[in-house]
Design a protein around this ligand. Structure first.
Ligand code: NDP
Length: 322
């Protein structure tokens, strides 16, 4: 246990659009929120290129720029933004306990969980090997695409993320080969049309990754298999991008909060309340349907308002009782 235990009214975990929006509302409501940024300060949007669908930005804005603006807005009203990773929680009592970086213990009346979701990988041994070596496997075209300028790359996935990333890569790379496991896209029609109409993107349908090939240090190609014909082929590539969806970052709350089978936290319908009083959820940690920056921001606002009302009710009960 820590020597001194800090006591706060409102603790926000996560620094994506949900966390910062919750922070803006909570700080303007005098809840003096402390926000822990987590492993990926700024959240998933820092790995996104242009955000064109967030209202108020008619010319678009880059994901990282938007997150810097949101952080500044939260800090302007007094949010205490801190580096740190929440490693453990204890929701057994009326005051909630959290531990940061395994050691620092904080007690809080309310918690707003905005931990988002993380990229999924295929799980192939060769994929993980080159991922860990930093040798050419990535789940973020915007972060890493630059390293593959004028080179040939492969991307897996057929959702909006894969299309967005393939299109982004096509502007940097000589050729992008897109591996689609079914005979159709999952992406919206507009995103699909964008990749279909891009000359240097080749789409291989019914195609799965057999193995990421390399020289022991870096990726040199991908062996693929057609799941209808069984035919295999080797595609030369220096980069292997994975864009197959995300997993909610909710493991530390298992056993305390109600979740679905994937790990998305279940909120009470139409609210940000979880099954534990004083613990609220916002953003992708609870949303497997919309998963947009704007919906995350909206639920961040809801979480702060619900937390404020919860605190007011608890404080008035305490006043009546005393
Ligand atoms: P999705 O879950 O929508 O798509 C995942 C894709 O990966 C699917 O095509 C899926 O194939 C494929 N996939 C999954 N597992 C494997 C595997 N093991 N091997 C090969 N392929 C696999 O995730 P996204 O990240 O694309 O999108 C998430 C949400 O975010 C969506 O709601 C999307 O609309 C939204 N989004 C919106 C954007 C925008 O509006 N600008 C940009 C990016 C995302 P299959 O289809 O066969 O299941």
């Amino acid at each position: 246990m820590s020597d001194t235990i800090e006591r706060v009214k409102c603790l926000i975990i996560g620094s994506g659009p949900a966390g910062y929006t919750a922070a803006i509302y909570a700080s303007r409501a005098n809840m003096f929120p402390v926000l822990y940024q987590g492993m990926q300060p700024g959240g998933q949007l820092t790995t996104t290129n242009d955000v064109e669908n967030f209202p108020g930005y008619p010319d678009g804005i880059t994901g990282p720029e938007m997150m810097i603006e949101l952080q500044k807005q939260a800090q302007r009203f007094g949010t205490d933004v801190r580096d740190g990773w929440v490693t453990k929680v204890d929701f057994s009592g009326p005051v909630h306990k959290i531990w940061v970086n395994e050691t620092t213990e904080i007690h809080t009346d309310t918690i707003i969980i905005s931990t988002g979701a993380s990229a999924k990988y295929l799980g192939l041994e060769s994929e993980q090997k080159y991922l860990n070596l930093g040798g050419g496997v990535s789940a973020c075209a915007v972060c890493d695409g630059f390293f593959y300028r004028n080179q040939e790359v492969v991307i897996v996935g057929a959702g909006d993320s894969a299309c967005e990333e393939a299109h982004y890569l096509s502007k940097l790379c000589k050729k992008v080969t897109m591996l689609v496991r079914r005979d159709e896209f999952r992406a919206s029609k507009i995103m699909e049309a964008r990749v279909r109409n891009t000359e240097n993107i080749e789409i291989l349908f019914n195609t799965e990754t057999d193995e990421v090939l390399g020289d022991g240090q870096v990726v040199t190609g991908v062996r693929v298999k057609n799941n209808v014909t069984g035919a295999t082929d080797e595609i030369p590539a220096t980069g292997f991008f994975v864009a197959i969806g995300h997993k909610p970052n909710t493991d530390i709350f298992k056993g305390w909060l109600d979740m679905d089978e994937t790990g998305y936290i279940i909120n009470k319908a139409g609210t940000a309340h979880t099954n534990v009083p004083g613990v609220f959820v916002s953003g992708d940690a609870a949303d497997h349907v919309y998963r947009q920056a704007i919906t995350a921001a909206g639920t961040g606002c809801m979480a702060a308002l619900d937390a404020e009302r919860y605190l007011a009710a608890v404080e008035s009960e305490t006043t009546v009782a005393s």
